[in-house]
Design a protein around this ligand. Structure first.
Ligand SMILES: NC(=O)c1ccc[n+]([C@@H]2O[C@H](COP(=O)([O-])OP(=O)(O)OC[C@H]3O[C@@H](n4cnc5c(N)ncnc54)[C@H](O)[C@@H]3O)[C@@H](O)[C@H]2O)c1
Length: 253
């Protein structure tokens, strides 16, 4: 357990996968969680299910490419809860698999818009409020192992995730003296709807993935969620500007 009692935390991209698992862990550790996601159907049902179990969680429909929708969600959070203590900027898409020379400009723009500009939009809306509050805050952005090294066939995704790490470090330095910490998690291959879309049910692809991971298993979304909860908690109070791999040892190779 980490101490997140009564912390108000916004999760962008919390309807499914890693964001969903993280949201549940944050709630179970005492936080008030507000999920913002484009997938209204799954997010709403998930929030209602956890609320019915006594956890403090709400859903707000938003698109991270639309600054106004994020800003309106953050305003709503502050009106209702008085402040925002933390944010997990996790929304993302995988984009197509294609060589850089064949990668379509539309795909490039879409992946960059959601995976990188989306994080920038969230950070701008969140920090506008956090700076005025003058209290310790923590932001965690989802990068990837593809933000630390390149995975061939994913030029848009690699570029966006490398960008998320640059964005994280820049904000960490600019906000350190204001007691706002900014870190990134870099998940390795993790069970989620995204992994299913990329690897599908293909036994061959999954076997190749297993072989490439030192711990010889795919990560569970809760294992990323636990790292996120720790980075959002006071237990990591002297850590900022870090890009933390949570990858079963993949980056150590
Ligand atoms: N699963 C993996 O192996 C893996 C590895 C490294 C990094 N990641 C990253 O983890 C994050 C979560 O992915 P996941 O694996 O849980 O997949 P996922 O598809 O289950 O989750 C992505 C979430 O982002 C939301 N989203 C997408 N576009 C959005 C938009 N425009 N506005 C608001 N919300 C939007 C989706 O609705 C979904 O809830 C992503 O940033 C992804 O790049 C995943």
């Amino acid at each position: 357990m980490v101490s997140l009692k009564d912390k108000v935390i916004f999760v962008a991209g919390g309807s499914t996968g890693i964001g969903r698992a993280a949201s549940q862990i944050l709630c179970e550790n005492g936080a008030k969680v507000i999920i913002g996601d484009i997938n209204e159907k799954e997010g709403q049902v998930f929030a209602e299910q956890l609320s019915s179990e006594g956890l403090n969680i709400e859903f707000f429909p938003l698109d991270v490419t639309d600054f106004k929708s994020i800003n309106s969600c953050i305003d709503n959070i502050c009106d209702k809860h008085g402040a925002i203590d933390g944010a997990f900027n996790n929304a993302g898409i995988e984009g197509p698999t294609a060589k850089a020379s064949e990668y379509k400009l539309d795909d490039w723009s879409k992946v960059l818009q959601i995976n990188l500009t989306g994080v920038f939009n969230c950070i701008q809306a969140e920090t506008a409020v956090m700076i005025k509050q003058r209290r310790p805050c923590s932001i965690v952005n989802t990068a990837s192992i593809a933000g630390l090294v390149a995975i061939p066939g994913a030029v848009g995704y690699n570029s966006a995730k490398h960008g998320v790490i640059g964005l994280t470090k820049t904000l960490a330095l600019e906000l350190a003296a204001k007691n706002i910490r900014v870190n990134a998690v870099c998940p390795g291959f993790t069970e989620s709807p995204m992994l299913t879309r990329v690897a599908g049910a293909s036994k061959k692809i999954r076997e190749q993935l297993f072989k490439s991971i030192p711990m010889k298993r795919i990560g569970q979304p809760e294992e990323i969620g636990n790292a996120v909860a720790w980075l959002l908690s006071e237990e990591s109070s002297y850590i900022t500007g870090v890009a933390l791999p949570v990858d079963g040892g993949w980056m150590a190779q």
